[in-house]
Design a protein around this ligand. Structure first.
Ligand SMILES: Nc1nc2c(ncn2[C@@H]2O[C@H](COP(=O)(O)OP(=O)(O)O)[C@@H](O)[C@H]2O)c(=O)[nH]1
Ligand SMILES: [Mg+2]
Ligand SMILES: [Zn+2]
Length: 291
């Protein structure tokens, strides 16, 4: 097993100190209570762990620049539920729109599902206190598209945290922060905060077709009422989830996300037969979990 950020490891030292501290070898990894993972696009059936043992994922998306991609959010929400870990939705760059009304409509399904939504501006300072309170005393990982403002939020939450400065803009002379690897920062308010490089694509990993609906909280009140216990809510007749979409009790966009993700997933049987080492934490259904 390869260690991931957030792992609790057993470490054997030879007693030598170098510039990074005590030198030694990782000789074991404690069982993980959660992982945030996605498929690795460079490797068929491979995956990447963004962080282990996290209490919660803060999913950072910009209201614009890059455009708010809720279908990507839906994928990361599935990964967090699979983790299992809590998820908080952070919509950043609120200074670029006239007010919360511009985004609130699109977020209604998420608020209804019980997700905490924090509207922020790393530039102007909106929502930073609320975000800081949300992460205090917990181990959190920031995830979301590149350019959404994750690293800017980290430095706003706790000025002076180490940031990798990769480039300097020739016209302004100001540094551009680029996250080259994942670091876990210790917060003065207690807890840890991890920043991650942005993702353009986010493939759902280690979820079977059969389990996906359990990760869609908004399906929970309906999915046990389908005619077939094995209903995947796609092509089956008498599907309570599809009926709920027709009756506008489930948002059509969320349902579209579900179908798009479903198409990328293996079924339970082929997963069990798969030779790849999955090394995932214990499974838990994300359905109906309320914070
Ligand atoms: N207007 C505006 N720009 C922001 C905000 N937060 C970050 N940015 C800018 O967005 C760009 C990407 O920010 P960065 O923190 O590197 O995003 P990351 O890739 O998610 O870590 C930078 O040019 C930031 O200055 C914000 O709240 N408002
Ligand atoms: Mg960054
Ligand atoms: Zn169904």
């Amino acid at each position: 097993m390869i260690p991931a950020v957030g792992d609790v490891v057993l470490f054997r030292s030879d007693g030598v100190r170098d510039t990074d501290g005590l030198r030694g070898l990782i000789v074991g990894i404690e069982p993980r209570k959660s992982i945030l993972a996605r498929t690795d696009p460079s490797q068929k059936s491979g995956y990447r762990i963004l962080g282990a043992n996290m209490d919660q994922a803060i999913l950072v998306f910009a209201v614009r620049g890059p455009d708010l991609n809720l279908r990507l959010l839906d994928r990361v929400l599935v990964a967090a539920a699979c983790g299992p870990m809590d998820a908080v939705i952070c919509i950043n760059k609120m200074d670029l729109v006239s007010g919360p009304a511009e985004v609130e409509g699109a977020l209604v399904p998420y608020v209804k599902m019980g997700y905490r939504v924090v509207l922020t501006s790393a530039i102007r300072g909106d929502g930073i206190d609320e975000l800081s309170a949300t992460i205090a005393g917990k181990t959190s990982i920031l995830a979301g598209p590149s350019g959404a403002g994750k690293t800017s939020l980290v430095s706003r939450i706790q000025p002076g945290l180490e940031l990798a400065i990769s480039d300097v803009n020739a016209s302004t002379g100001r540094g551009v922060h680029t996250t080259t690897h994942f670091e876990l920062h210790r917060l003065v308010s207690g807890g840890y905060l991890g920043d991650t490089p942005g993702v353009r694509e986010f493939g759902v990993w280690n979820v079977s077709k059969e389990r996906l609906a359990g990760m869609f909280r908004d399906f929970a009140p309906f999915r046990l009422d389908c005619r077939f216990a094995t209903c995947t809510h796609s092509h089956e007749p008498d599907c309570a989830v599809k009926n709920a979409v027709e009756e506008k009790l489930i948002s059509r966009e969320r349902y579209d996300s579900y179908i798009r993700i479903l198409d990328t997933l293996p079924d339970e049987r082929s997963m069990n037969n798969s030779p790849s080492e999955r090394g995932s934490p214990r499974r838990r259904d994300g359905a109906g979990r309320k914070r």
